[in-house]
Design a protein around this ligand. Structure first.
Ligand SMILES: C[S@@+](CC[C@H](N)C(=O)[O-])C[C@H]1O[C@@H](n2cnc3c(N)ncnc32)[C@H](O)[C@@H]1O
Length: 163
């Protein structure tokens, strides 16, 4: 498979799962965590489908285009190892969706980010809350979030807190 094909598969799965999470979360209150602003592409989509929710966005530094940069009060800059535990404590049990897209080509970085998510993220989720992740995780206290038709398990990872 070409890198272009792989990219298309990945972002197709990412968008389909975000949209499925939005449907599932109708009637469930909670804020959204966007972990990894990057160029703001998924933040811009989250803003569309979760227009009535607060979206807290994490990255080392906001480097997206101005149009896709959150307001300062929702932009949490700094190392995730420092910022994420603080915000999880602040919003414990009140996060409806965590969308985490923080992997890169470095296996060491990906292992560190997996460890961080394993150790911190579950208490953030409200009952029925959804965790979407580019990194495959081992989340013993979460259920599998059903995948939309045609979205294979290889491309994006989805978990759900018990209702
Ligand atoms: C793949 S990009 C996110 C892309 C984004 N979802 C989009 O659609 O534009 C990953 C982002 O995570 C951030 N990131 C990765 N590890 C981090 C860490 N330890 N602390 C803070 N930010 C981190 C990077 O700076 C990068 O901007």
């Amino acid at each position: 498979m070409s890198r272009l094909d792989a990219f298309v598969q990945r972002v197709t799965a990412q968008r389909a799962l975000i949209n499925a999470a939005a449907l599932h979360l109708e009637g469930i209150e909670g804020v959204v965590f966007e972990v990894g602003l990057g160029n703001g592409r998924t933040f811009d989509h989250l803003r569309d489908v979760f227009s009535d929710r607060e979206i807290y966005v994490f990255d080392r530094k906001a480097r997206a285009h101005d149009d896709s940069t959150p307001a300062p009060e929702f932009m949490i800059e700094g190392q995730l190892t420092e910022t994420l535990p603080n915000l999880v404590a602040r919003f414990a049990g009140r996060v409806a969706l965590v969308h985490s897209d923080i992997g890169n080509q470095s296996p060491v970085h990906c292992d560190n980010m997996r460890r961080l998510l394993h150790e911190t993220i579950t208490p953030a989720l409200c009952p029925g809350g959804v965790l979407l992740s580019d990194l495959k995780l081992d989340m013993p206290h979460l259920e599998v979030f059903p995948r939309p038709d045609g979205i294979g398990a290889d491309w994006y990872n989805a978990y759900r807190a018990p209702a």
